[in-house]
Design a binder for this molecule. Structure first.
Ligand SMILES: *Cc1c(COP(=O)(O)O)cnc(C)c1O
Length: 410
């Protein structure tokens, strides 16, 4: 039973995640494998529940940042193929081989030769840097030399070659097109050198969904699966919906006179007599301090601003213009507006043993009356949806809408 002594929580809609993946899968067609990026705790949603939902959506693989992250998924007995996207050390390669986890390598032939003998065959994807400037071999010649070193070892299996696009979400596609041209040149050189590569992949969400000819044998979908467009100014033409929704519950409502101030630094001065509510969520929960005096939240279906600085564990909102706001009412930080049945302290009144289930059930029964757009909050915070999602800290309890067999999509 999940205990909740502070009413700050996220609802993670796993059937929605599964249907987003299924929607993307349908748009891509049957010939393209789908790897879902589940690094950073599944973009903050919880890596293991994400792994389960993604199977329902019909994906083939998961991408993780480290061997540590991949091992967490393996321990949870996920049937998906796992690929570590980040750089690893020799111990990581050995651990990955034992757990049937594929890895990304982009070292020199000597580095490949010097790897310890693998206890089990290790699946290898080679990475080519075509313009991201982050990881990968730099030229077709380097790629061929390293690929030969991999093929020469009986304990390594060359399964893939890939690159990562830096600006596939830019409507001006020239940079990304240049990257694809470099990849194509390297692939042609590999073929000429007699090296077969079963799986080529290049596209993230943006590459896969904005450019249908950059899909190769597999795509790596992150943000789209979680319901957001890679570029908030360039909406995806697919019915993808947010998976995570963030809420907290008002702990105090006070009436301030004109001239009184709110929070650290006294940066907010009440321009009139006003009602200010305190909400127990702060930057240590992942609600950015840069949203001080600028964030937008919703109470009783009405959007209200954050006033004063966001503190570590709390923030204040202006509820002057919302009728009847009181302690126990629910605040939406991002995502679907909270159900009205949650207001009036009903979450607190609910029996502890039934609370989690009641929250999830009432969430599912609520019509989509509106939402606080995460893209909008991210813009106000000077960042992108990605960063706000993976910032939601472990202190925030996640309630999961369960996957049911009837909602299987694959
Ligand atoms: C995170 C990641 C992705 C997914 O990117 P999105 O923009 O979220 O779709 C794809 N490829 C690599 C290498 C990544 O690290």
């Amino acid at each position: 039973m999940i205990k909740l002594y502070r009413y700050t929580f996220a609802v993670v809609d796993l059937p929605r995640l599964a249907s987003n993946v299924a929607t993307i899968r349908d748009a891509l067609g049957p010939d393209v494998a789908v790897l879902v990026a589940a690094k950073a705790n599944g973009y903050g949603h919880g890596a293991v529940p994400v792994a389960r939902a993604v199977v329902h959506g019909g994906a083939e693989a998961l991408g993780l940042a480290s061997v540590e992250e991949a091992l967490e998924i393996r321990r949870a007995k996920s049937p998906l193929s796992l690929l570590v996207l980040g750089a690893i050390n020799a111990d990581g390669a050995v651990a990955a081989s034992m757990a049937d986890i594929a890895v990304t390598l982009s070292g020199s032939p000597e580095e490949i030769e010097n790897l310890p003998t693998m206890p089990k065959p290790l699946a290898v994807h080679l990475k080519l840097d075509t313009g991201m400037g982050r990881l990968g071999l730099r030229t077709a010649e380097e790629l061929i030399a390293t690929a030969k070193a991999v093929v020469a070892r009986p304990d390594l299996r060359l399964v893939g070659v890939y690159t990562h696009l830096a600006s596939a979400d830019d409507p001006d596609g020239r940079h990304a097109q240049g990257q694809i041209a470099r990849l194509e040149h390297a692939l042609a050189s590999l073929t000429e050198a007699g090296i077969q590569v079963p799986i080529v992949h290049a596209s993230n969400t943006a590459g896969a969904l904005y450019h249908s000819d950059w899909r190769y044998q597999m795509v790596r979908i992150g943000i789209g699966a979680y319901g957001y467009s890679p570029n908030s100014e360039w909406p995806l033409q697919l019915p993808l919906r947010p998976v995570m929704h963030l809420y907290s519950v008002i702990t105090r409502v006070a009436t301030l006179d004109a001239g009184e101030t709110v929070s650290y630094g006294a940066t907010f001065v009440a321009p009139r007599r006003m009602r200010v509510a305190t909400v127990p969520i702060g930057y240590a929960d992942g609600y950015f301090r840069s949203l001080s005096n600028s964030g937008i939240t919703a109470v009783k279906g009405v959007e209200v601003p954050v006033v004063g600085r966001v503190c570590m564990d709390q923030l204040m909102i202006d509820v002057t213009d919302v009728e009847g706001v009181d302690v126990g009412d629910v605040v939406t930080l991002f995502g679907r507006y909270s159900p009205s049945s949650w207001d009036g302290g009903n979450i607190a009144k609910c029996k502890e043993a039934q609370r989690a289930e009641w929250i999830v059930q009432t969430f599912c029964r609520t019509d989509r009356i509106g939402e606080v757009s995460l893209d909008r909050v991210a813009k106000l915070a000077g960042t992108i949806s990605y960063e706000l999602l993976c910032a939601v800290s472990p202190r925030v309890v996640r309630f999961y809408v369960p996957l049911t067999p009837e909602r299987r999509f694959s």
